[in-house]
Ligand binder design. Structure first.
Ligand code: SF4
Ligand code: SF4
Ligand code: SF4
Length: 634
């Protein structure tokens, strides 16, 4: 079998002869159609229909069984969240340990997509050919270890003494948040296109399974010890129909001749080879596992060893460039993109350095001259790798900005105590703000999409560097594109900043939207109460702070405001009561008391403000000097 794109004049002998390809005219025997392929297609259509029904049932009823998706197992292993995905994955691995990769061949929605793509390509006369890399074939296992084993190892190394290695399980079999761990639909569609279609077109019928799927990494290992295998009888005459039919790139006729069974762990038990064998020589049966014999029959590699190393470097760079870029590209999609980039780069190199080259039925280069198809291929390669490189540029700035953000030391409450947090910034904060702002500005201004994770962080850097107006604008833009918790937080911070700017009506509007997303966001109620108090809507402010402390009785800020409000209304007993509640949770931190003093002072609650300033100075006398040096409240 040839690789997808091969030197026309290559005189290289095949690693394994495929008899059927050598027969012509009268001698050539037709391969009979597989009857099991129809059953498998029906099973895979059934799997996809069940997935659709599952989603519809959730949309209609609001709660359903958690996603039956192996990636959900990560949450079980990391957080003890027992879900349907973990149970399915555990049972699937168990089944594979006995029967081999039937779950892959007959129960995976991604293989259904890959098969559909291969079928469409064949209908238009293009037969996908396998790309064979000896290094990249280990990617699925490496990713599987990273996803499913590394978190446990990490916890073992970091866990405090006495904490159990296995987290305590909690029942999450039923969920209302069915889609929460999946990418948005706008990402899911290109995800399926890249992983289901592009990988097949460029890397072969099982391109995604071979080079990207982490579950396949475990299934492939489990298959090696499975006693259930495709086996052969003495009736085999080495006609090669089985190998010609196999879409999993298995050299069936050679393996059964050498070992009496298929040992290649890429075999997904589709049963096509069994169905097409003219001598009915193949069957599924139990016996010695593949691990008991030597490695599978050697296949012709698509790359030399130096090329393999170059391909691994391209793959690694392409993967790191796109993984989580714009906080949009999930890991599996990044793996799919990286495999396509690797193929495209390596083939472009070959196209530029070889005399003759074809791709499917197209001649890319002949007699050392580039053909139109070759120019088109290079054009696509330039566009694709250019996009990949651009993503890498954006991702680099996103990562560097996020690193600077993580290193900030100033607490949010202190920064939000006044519209200019400058006096509280340490030297390292100032440096991180400058660096982070620069990186995020580049990422946001050159990015093709709005990064809803970078935008609020850039807004925070703008606020800390003294531009609250710009910060509020960025947060509004971020909130427009966010959902759930992220949107609630952006709207809350925007409301808080607008409050510091004295734009109280706008602050209330923003905080109301935050509370619509997250009614339990107490900090938003504290801020909203403050806006109302400033607007003279005092009774509404008291109600808002009252709502905040109802669910969180020890909230320091809301209790302090309630204490100040009660004092201003002459209710000293109530004021003392709220103050003692605030005191129960107030940290012995000078900066916190100073922040509290500033907020109360702004609200005209001067006695309480003074008390907090005095406490702050008692805890840290230098705080007064810093305040005076900064020019007081500007
Ligand atoms: S290797 Fe992954 S994508 Fe391929 S069939 Fe198995 S589970 Fe599905
Ligand atoms: S197993 Fe069947 S199809 Fe395969 S080489 Fe032998 S006779 Fe031919
Ligand atoms: S070896 Fe046979 S059963 Fe296995 S994937 Fe290939 S055709 Fe299907």
């Amino acid at each position: 079998m040839k690789s997808g794109c091969e030197n026309k004049k290559s005189t290289k002998k095949r690693s394994v002869e495929l008899p059927i390809l050598n027969k012509t005219g009268k001698d050539r025997t037709e391969i009979r159609a597989s009857t099991t392929s129809r059953w498998r297609a029906a099973a895979l259509i059934g799997v996809n229909l069940l997935i659709v029904l599952h989603i519809i049932q959730w949309l209609v009823m609001g709660r359903t069984l958690s996603p039956i998706e192996p990636s959900e197992s990560m949450y079980t292993l990391q957080q003890g969240v027992l879900n349907a995905g973990f149970i399915f994955f555990a049972l699937a691995i168990l089944a594979t340990l006995i029967f081999g990769r039937y779950v892959c061949g007959w129960g995976c929605h991604i293989i259904a997509l890959q098969d559909l793509c291969a079928w469409i390509l064949k209908k238009i006369g293009l037969t996908p050919r396998p790309f064979r890399s000896r290094i990249l074939v280990f990617v699925p296992l490496a990713v599987a270890l990273y996803m499913f084993v590394w978190p446990t190892v990490n916890r073992y190394m970091l866990k405090p003494a006495g904490e159990p290695l296995i987290p305590q399980f909690t029942n999450h079999l039923i969920t209302t948040e069915f889609w929460s761990t999946f990418p948005p639909i706008a990402v899911a569609i290109p995800f399926l296109f890249v992983c289901g279609f592009m990988t097949v077109y460029f890397l072969g019928s099982k391109g995604f399974c071979t080079y990207a799927c982490p579950y396949g990494g475990f299934f492939s290992l489990a298959d090696k010890v499975a006693p259930g295998r495709i086996r052969v009888t003495d009736a085999c005459n080495q006609c090669g129909h089985c190998t010609a039919t196999c879409t999993s790139n298995v050299l069936v006729h050679a393996e059964v001749a050498k070992y009496g069974m298929v040992v290649d762990s890429g075999c997904m038990k589709c049963m096509d080879c069994v169905s097409v064998c003219p001598n009915d020589a193949l069957y599924f049966g139990f016996g010695k596992p593949a691990a008991a014999v030597a490695k599978s029959v050697k296949k012709t590699a698509s790359l030399s060893w130096p090329e393999e190393i170059a391909a691994a470097l391209v793959f690694g760079s392409a993967f790191m460039a796109v993984w989580d870029v714009y906080q949009l590209v999930p890991m599996l999609m990044a793996l799919g993109i990286a495999t396509v980039t690797t193929f495209v780069v390596m083939r472009s190199y070959k196209l530029l350095t070889t005399g003759d080259l074809t791709f499917y039925r197209y001649t890319l280069r002949s007699g050392g001259r580039l053909k139109n198809a070759g120019i088109a291929f290079l054009g696509f390669a330039a566009l694709w790798t250019g996009l990949n490189a651009h993503s890498g540029w954006v991702r680099y700035h996103e990562r560097a900005g996020a690193l600077a953000f993580q290193s900030l030391q100033i607490p949010d409450e202190l920064a939000l105590a006044r519209s200019n947090p400058d006096p509280w910034l340490s030297a390292s904060d100032r440096e991180n703000i400058a660096v982070g702002k620069q990186h995020f500005t580049k990422a946001v201004s050159t990015g093709l999409f709005t990064n809803v994770d970078a935008m609020p962080k850039l807004a925070w850097f703008e606020y800390l560097s003294g531009d609250p107006e710009k910060a509020a604008d960025h947060l509004a833009k971020a909130a427009d594109r966010q959902t759930g918790q992220g949107r609630a937080l952006s709207l809350y911070y925007r409301g808080a900043i607008l409050n510091r700017l004295g734009r109280f009506e706008e602050a209330i509007a923003s905080l109301d939207k935050a509370l619509a997303e997250r009614p339990d966001l107490a900090a938003a109620r504290e801020e909203k109460g403050e806006s109302m108090w400033q607007l003279g809507r005092r009774q509404e402010a008291v109600t808002e702070w009252g709502d905040a402390v109802q669910n969180n009785p020890r909230l320091v800020l809301a209790n302090s405001f309630l204490s100040g409000a009660a004092a201003s209304m002459g209710r000293q007993d109530l004021a003392a009561d709220y103050r003692s509640r605030a005191d129960q949770s107030v940290p012995a931190d000078a900066r916190f008391h100073f922040m509290l003093g500033l907020r109360l002072q702004k609200a005209g609650m001067n006695d309480l403000a003074k008390e907090n300033f005095q406490r702050a100075i008692k805890l840290d006398p230098s705080i007064q000097t810093r305040w005076v040096l900064s020019g007081g409240d500007r």
